[in-house]
Design a protein around this ligand. Structure first.
Ligand SMILES: [Zn+2]
Length: 470
């Protein structure tokens, strides 16, 4: 549904900021309580903690006295086993008013090497402007953001019109295996005009962002064969087209001399240019001094909008077991990142065509296992305009659109099941949050701003009507 496009009511900003400021200590305390429950959806960890975590989160949303119902539900994974507990709650809105789905996840990454943590991972510890702990940012701060946005809506709206669904997943960090079934099992309860996914980041501590693109990916196992058996490299070497040399040449053909992907026909998507210095990129990627950066476009364009190819595995004799033998066949696995709007089936097809047509010496090429994951490119509609206005009102700088070089498959699941809905990928992280790493922390001023901005979004949405009714 399309909704009236009114600019953000700026008179809401001060009351919202005052409400969030008054409530903020309580929000940080609750975030600390959430951090103390180590709900991890990986098989090696006690699933009981996920049950406790789901109950604790559900209780907070029940206490709001806002939703028509609050449930804990599970769906089956593809292997038939039940997935982790998710919290689902829904409040029906008035006719013609937007229905908003708020998504976050309550499971967390394992703590990793405890030696590398400077605080206890599951004891929230405040140091300066940050709250340290596993999940403090990813994504328990996302849950707290949704909770206080609803509190703010209840407190500040003259009447409650907006429809709201809450969906707090319990296995995002373990690959969201039951997610696709959960969407099918609960399609009616999840249906919304706007989906807010609070699980991403901001450009910096001071610059808010909407995540508007994610690259897709495909992978392909490829085998190249030149001989029907292994032979002595001295007795035959010279005229002999061995499979290792053929594979090296084939893999080399995937990029050109500048490092750009040389597979013809692949798309590229123009992304918004943002300042990212070569030094910052080199440092975060750990590129050694003197080693060159590849590609002919800007760093953000290449990382978010262009295809990228990586050879991620080769089956070949190890150096320790090597002998003077020419190899008859070699297998490699190629990972190809795709521009956000590339169809993965097309990407895979173009990769295969390239491999077949570039095999040197007439070598035989055959394909093994492949994978496909779609990318994501946000539609820009009423909600993204509004989100930029709300972010810009709550941060010291205007908000920007950012991309992610990797993929978040569940976002494309949302887009597939709810094609009419606008999706906003927001978040409470910033470059120093260290999600998934030791010493994860939430930058508290960012959390406060995110809470205020989402409250503004809900309050504004609460006043909207569909264009059809205007
Ligand atoms: Zn997350």
């Amino acid at each position: 549904m399309a909704f009236s496009e009114k600019p953000l009511d700026q008179s809401l900003v001060t009351p919202v900021e005052e409400f969030i400021s008054r409530e903020f200590d309580e929000a940080v305390n609750l975030l600390g309580e959430f951090v103390s429950i180590p709900g991890i959806a990986w098989p090696a960890f006690d699933p009981q903690n996920l049950e406790l975590s789901a109950q604790r989160v559900a209780q907070e949303f029940e206490n709001l006295d806002f939703f028509d119902w609050v449930d804990i539900r599970k769906s089956k994974k593809p292997d038939g086993q039940l997935g982790s507990p998710a919290i689902l709650a829904r409040r029906a809105g008035k006719p013609g008013v937007p229905h908003v789905l708020l998504y976050a996840h309550h499971d967390v990454q394992p703590p990793g090497d405890s030696e590398l943590w400077e605080t206890e991972p599951f004891v929230a510890t405040r140091k300066g402007e940050r709250l340290f702990g596993r999940g403090a940012s990813d994504d328990k701060a996302g849950i707290v953001t949704h909770l206080w946005a609803i509190k703010g809506l209840k407190h500040l709206a003259e009447e409650l019109n907006l429809g709201v669904t809450l969906f707090i997943e319990g296995e995002e960090e373990a690959g969201s295996e039951s997610f696709a079934n959960f969407l099918i099992d609960n399609e009616k309860d999840l249906a919304a005009d706007l989906i807010i996914v609070a699980d991403s980041g901001n450009w910096t501590e001071e610059v808010p962002a909407l995540t508007t693109s994610l690259r897709g990916m495909v992978s392909q196992v490829v085998t190249i064969k030149t001989l029907d058996h292994a032979v002595h490299s001295g007795m035959f070497g010279g005229p002999l087209p061995d499979a290792m040399t053929a594979m090296i040449r084939l893999l080399d053909s995937l990029t050109d001399e500048r490092g750009d992907v040389a597979i013809s026909g692949l798309r590229s998507t123009k992304v918004d240019e943002l300042p990212l210095s070569e030094e910052e990129f080199r440092q975060s990627a750990g590129i050694l001094e003197g080693v060159q950066i590849l590609g002919s476009k800007s760093l953000v364009q290449q990382n978010w909008g262009e295809p990228a190819v990586t050879v991620i595995g080769i089956d070949a004799p190890t150096v320790a077991l090597s002998s003077n033998t020419a190899q008859p066949e070699i297998t490699a696995k190629i990972s190809l990142r795709l521009s956000p709007d590339e169809n993965p089936a097309t990407g895979l097809d173009l990769l295969r065509k390239h491999l077949e047509s570039h095999a040197p010496f007439g070598a035989r090429v055959s394909f093994g296992h492949s994978e496909q994951g779609p990318g994501y490119l946000a539609k820009s509609g009423w909600a993204s305009k509004l989100a930029h206005e709300a972010f810009s009102a709550c941060w010291p700088n205007p908000s920007v659109n950012i991309g992610i070089g990797g993929s978040i498959p569940f976002i494309t699941d949302f887009a597939r099941v709810f094609p009419q809905a606008e999706i906003l990928v927001t978040g409470v992280e910033e470059p120093d949050s260290r999600a998934h790493s030791p010493n994860e922390s939430q930058h508290l001023p960012t959390l406060k701003r995110a809470m205020a901005a989402e409250t503004l979004l809900l309050l504004h949405g609460n006043q909207l009507l569909t264009n059809e009714l205007n």
